[in-house]
Ligand binder design. Structure first.
Ligand code: CTP
Ligand code: CA
Length: 229
């Protein structure tokens, strides 16, 4: 019925969302991580579910409750995150909000790295290897590409030029450009984003992360409806 379509515009749709940081192990007790809290990604998963979507949330390590009505797949590394995303396909829309580590450790030590008996040995040298780009992989042309692929661009400087370059490079449909200068976004309530699409840039007002998520979810619902009209 029409009222259901209005209340649950994403009913029958599957949404895939990545959120949180990844942790790249150095040894069994140490890792490389980053300052992502997962709040924006988790809010997006909740907002999509609120509009009726079936949501798979692939999350790195966060200290947030699982959003209600969302299937949460917990991962640690970028490679695990990519594998979980690929297992979750097909999806109508993918939103990559995770702060994926760009590099992993080439050979994580199987046991805790020790300073050695005198405590003044040379520090270990970590060798890094590039991680897969989950957003670019999901956005690559192919039969399993979601109809709509959305990424974030977190930048400390030259926000819009960097975000536009990312939009091109990643092959995604939309980029939410996110000014993280000063570190004030990480773990905070509010966020200021600009939505970059093929038709231009929209400046959204500073809003709670939940409000950014709702507005994005509404836009996704509208766009998927237009695409299948
Ligand atoms: N992303 C991803 N997998 C990666 C790196 C990034 O899925 N290995 C996604 C993020 O979830 C985000 C977008 O790509 O949606 C942009 O991430 P960002 O770190 O800003 O871009 P990078 O291409 O990694 O460039 P840089 O860190 O050098 O700015
Ligand atoms: Ca990056």
């Amino acid at each position: 019925p029409a009222s259901d379509a209005a209340q649950w515009p994403l009913s029958g749709r599957h949404a895939l969302v990545t959120s949180g940081p990844t942790h790249e192990p150095i040894d069994p007790v140490r890792y490389i991580g980053n300052r992502s809290s997962g709040r924006q990604g988790h809010a997006i998963a909740a907002a999509l579910a609120h509009l009726g979507a079936r949501v798979t949330l692939v999350s790195g390590p966060v200290s947030l409750p699982d959003p209600r009505g969302v299937q949460v797949v917990k991962v640690a590394t970028a490679r695990e995150m990519l594998a979980a995303c690929q297992s979750a396909l097909p999806a109508d829309v993918a939103v990559c909000a995770a702060a994926v580590a760009d590099w992993g450790i080439a050979n994580p030590a199987p046991a805790k790295i020790k300073k050695g008996p005198s405590g003044d040995e040379a520090p270990p040298v970590l060798s890094l290897v590039p991680n897969p780009d989950i957003l670019a992989t999901l956005a690559a042309p192919g039969p399993r590409r979601p109809a709509l692929v959305v990424g974030f661009a977190a930048e400390t400087d030259a926000l819009l030029p960097h975000a536009r370059a990312k939009h091109q490079r990643k092959g995604c449909d939309w980029i939410l450009a996110n000014d993280v200068a000063g570190g004030g976004v990480f773990g905070a309530d509010k966020n200021t984003v600009h939505l970059l699409t093929s038709s231009g840039t929209e400046d959204w007002p500073t809003m709670d992360k939940e409000a950014v998520a709702s507005r994005l979810a509404e836009r996704i619902a509208q766009t998927l409806a237009d695409l299948s009209a």
